[in-house]
Design a protein around this ligand. Structure first.
Ligand code: HEM
Length: 501
C-alpha cells in the first residue's frame, strides 16, 4: 500500500464493496422481473414514491411484470390476496421487514407499528388491544356520536350562509378526526374542529413529513441513518422543542404526564369516562410505553380514516345514482324507524347500500396504497408459484390488488357499489374479504379498525340526513397524492340544508 494515499484505498474498497454487494443482490433475485434500476438500486422505489403518483406507477409496473415483481435489490412486490392472507396469517413465520423501523413519531423507542421483534410486538399489542377495541370503559360509539354532532353543528353554524357555504371538506374532516382520535386516546380532544384550525400544527407537521418519510423509508441506508444515535444525538427532536416533531412529542408527554404525575387524581376521574390511556395503564403499560404508543396512535388514527371518508365522499358526490340511492336508503330508514338519531352501529350494518358504498369507496382509494413488507423466513418459501430466498422483503401493492379485474370484474376501475350487492353470497364474501386487506391481516391487523368502522358506518348517514352537498370544482375536485399513504387536499364542497324527508 506504500505510495497509495489511505483515502484512495478506502474509496476504492468502498466502491468495490458496493459493486460486489449490488451484483450479489441482483444475482440472488435475478429471476424476478422488474424495472432495471430496481434490480440494482433503491433509487427506483425512492423516486417512484417521491412523485406522489406511487399508486399509478406501481400499478403500471405490476401490470407489465406480473404477480411478483422486483421492487428493489432485496424487495419484491405482490398483489395476490391469497398470498397476503398466508404471509400475514397468525401462524406465519414471516416477520417484519426493516421498512417498519421508521414508522415512528417518537424516534427514541419502538411502538407496535415499528417494533421489529415479533414476540415483543405481540406482547405489547396484547396490552394495547383492549383500548383500541373499545373494551373497559372506552365507549367508542358514544365518542364518535359526540364528535359527529359537533361536525354537524360546525357545518350548520359556519357554512350554511347562502353565498358563503363553501368549505374545504378535506380540512374539515381532518379537524374532526384529530379531535376524535385524541378524545378516544386520552379524553382530551385537541379542539381543532370547533375552531377549524390546526391548533398544534400537527396536521401541517404530519402531512409535510409524508412525501419525505415515505420516500426515504424505501432506502435502507437512509432509514438507518435517520434512526442512528449519531443522527438523533446531533439533530433528533426533543420534547422541549417549540415546533416540529419535538413539539408533538412534548404534547404527547404532557397528556401522559397527567395520568402519572401529580395531577393524576383529576385525570383518573377523566379516565373513568373511558379512554385508551386508561386501558393501557390498566394492562400494565409503563409511562414511557404510553408516550410511545400515544405518539403513534395519533398519526395512524388521523391520516388513514380521513382519507377513506374523503374518498367515499368524492365518489358519492360525483356518482349521482349512488348519491340518490344512499339518500333514499337513509330517508326510508328514518321514516320506518330503522335509523335513530344518531344512527347506531348496529342499524348502519343493516343498510346494504351504505355498506356497499363504504367498501367500494375504500376499494377505489385505499388509505394506504403500498408498503408493509414481511420478510421471508429461514429456508425460503414458495409464493405466487416461485421460490423466494430467505430474508427477501415482500411488499404489498394494495392499489393493484383492489383494481384486479379477475376479482372485481371488468369495470374494476369504476365506482359501482352494486358489485357488492348483485352477486352470490360466496362472491360477496370474497370481495369483502379482499377489501378488508386494506387494514392488514392476522397478527399485524390494524387495531384502529374498530374506531374506523364506527366512523365510516355513521358519518355519511349523519351528513346526508342533514345536508345536501355539491362538488365545487368538477373539473378538478381535489388534489390527491399517493405515497405509502394518500394525501388529499383542496376538496371544496358546497353545503345546503336538506329540507325534505
Ligand atoms: C380506514 C382506516 C385505516 C386503515 C385503512 C388502516 C390501515 C392499516 C394498515 C395497512 C396497517 C399495517 C398492517 C401491517 O403492518 O401489515 C395498520 C396498522 C396500524 N394501525 Fe391502522 N388503519 C386505519 C385506521 C386506524 C386508526 C383509526 C388507528 C388508531 C386509532 C390506527 C392505528 C394503527 C396502529 C397502531 C397500527 C399498528 C398495528 C400493528 O403493528 O400491529 N389505524 N393500519
Amino acid at each position: 500500500m506504500s505510495g497509495i494515499p489511505a483515502v484512495y484505498a478506502v474509496t476504492a474498497a468502498a466502491i468495490l464493496w458496493y459493486v460486489i454487494s449490488t451484483l450479489a443482490a441482483w444475482y440472488r433475485l435475478r429471476k424476478f422481473p422488474g424495472p432495471t434500476l430496481a434490480k440494482f438500486s433503491y433509487l427506483w422505489a425512492y423516486f417512484a414514491m417521491r412523485t406522489g403518483r406511487n399508486q399509478f406507477i406501481m400499478a403500471e409496473q405490476q401490470e407489465k411484470y406480473g404477480k411478483i415483481m422486483r421492487l428493489g435489490p432485496n424487495e419484491l412486490m405482490i398483489y395476490d390476496p391469497e398470498t397476503l392472507w398466508y404471509i400475514n396469517g397468525a401462524r406465519s413465520t414471516y416477520r417484519r421487514g426493516g421498512w417498519y423501523d421508521s414508522a415512528k413519531f417518537d424516534p427514541y423507542g419502538h411502538n407496535i407499528l415499528s417494533e421489529p421483534d415479533t414476540v415483543t410486538h405481540d406482547k405489547r399489542k396484547a396490552k394495547v388491544m383492549s383500548g383500541y377495541a373499545g373494551k373497559g370503559n372506552v365507549n367508542i360509539e358514544q365518542k364518535v356520536d359526540s364528535q359527529l354532532a359537533l361536525l354537524v353543528d360546525v357545518l350548520r353554524k359556519n357554512h350554511l350562509q347562502e353565498g358563503d357555504n363553501i368549505v374545504d371538506f378535506s380540512k374539515l374532516i381532518r379537524f374532526f378526526q384529530v379531535d376524535l382520535v385524541t378524545l378516544v386516546g386520552s379524553s382530551e380532544p385537541w379542539g381543532d374542529l370547533p375552531t377549524e384550525t390546526d391548533k398544534f400544527d400537527f396536521i401541517s407537521l404530519a402531512d409535510g413529513m409524508v412525501p419525505f418519510l415515505d420516500s426515504f423509508m424505501m432506502v435502507p441506508y437512509l432509514r438507518n441513518f435517520f434512526a442512528s444515535s449519531f443522527f438523533l444525538t446531533l439533530a433528533g427532536p426533543k420534547a422541549t422543542d417549540k415546533k416540529g416533531m419535538g413539539r408533538f412529542m412534548g404534547l404527547i408527554k404532557g397528556m401522559v404526564e397527567k395520568r402519572f404525575g401529580e395531577d393524576s387524581t383529576k385525570s383518573i376521574e377523566q379516565g373513568e369516562q373511558g379512554d385508551m390511556l386508561t386501558e393501557w395503564i390498566k394492562h400494565g403499560l409503563s409511562r414511557r410505553e404510553c408516550e410511545i404508543e400515544l405518539a403513534i396512535q395519533v398519526p395512524t388514527g388521523t391520516e388513514t380514516t380521513t382519507s377513506g371518508i374523503r374518498a367515499i365522499m368524492l365518489y358519492l358526490l360525483t356518482s349521482p345514482n349512488a348519491y340518490r340511492k344512499l339518500q333514499e336508503e337513509i330517508t326510508a330508514g328514518i321514516r320506518d324507524g330503522r335509523i335513530s338519531s344518531p344512527i347506531s352501529q348496529e342499524q348502519a350494518k343493516q343498510l346494504p347500500y351504505l355498506q356497499a358504498v363504504i367498501y367500494e369507496g375504500l376499494r377505489m382509494v385505499p388509505p394506504a396504497v403500498a408498503g408493509f413488507p414481511k420478510k421471508v423466513p429461514a429456508g425460503g418459501d414458495t409464493i405466487c408459484g416461485e421460490f423466494v430466498p430467505a430474508g427477501t422483503d415482500i411488499f404489498v401493492n394494495v392499489y393493484t390488488m383492489l383494481r384486479n379485474k379477475e376479482v372485481f370484474g371488468k369495470d374494476a376501475d369504476t365506482f359501482r357499489p352494486e358489485r357488492f350487492l348483485v352477486c352470490d353470497p360466496a362472491k360477496k364474501a370474497e370481495l369483502i374479504k379482499t377489501v378488508d386487506l386494506i387494514f392488514g391481516h392476522g397478527r399485524w391487523l390494524c387495531p384502529g379498525k374498530t374506531l374506523a368502522w364506527f366512523e365510516l358506518n355513521k358519518v355519511f348517514v349523519e351528513l346526508l340526513r342533514n345536508f345536501d352537498f355539491q362538488v365545487v370544482n368538477p373539473e378538478s375536485p381535489w388534489t390527491c397524492k399517493a405515497y405509502i399513504s394518500i394525501l388529499i387536499e383542496d376538496f371544496w364542497i358546497r353545503v345546503t340544508e336538506r329540507r325534505e324527508y
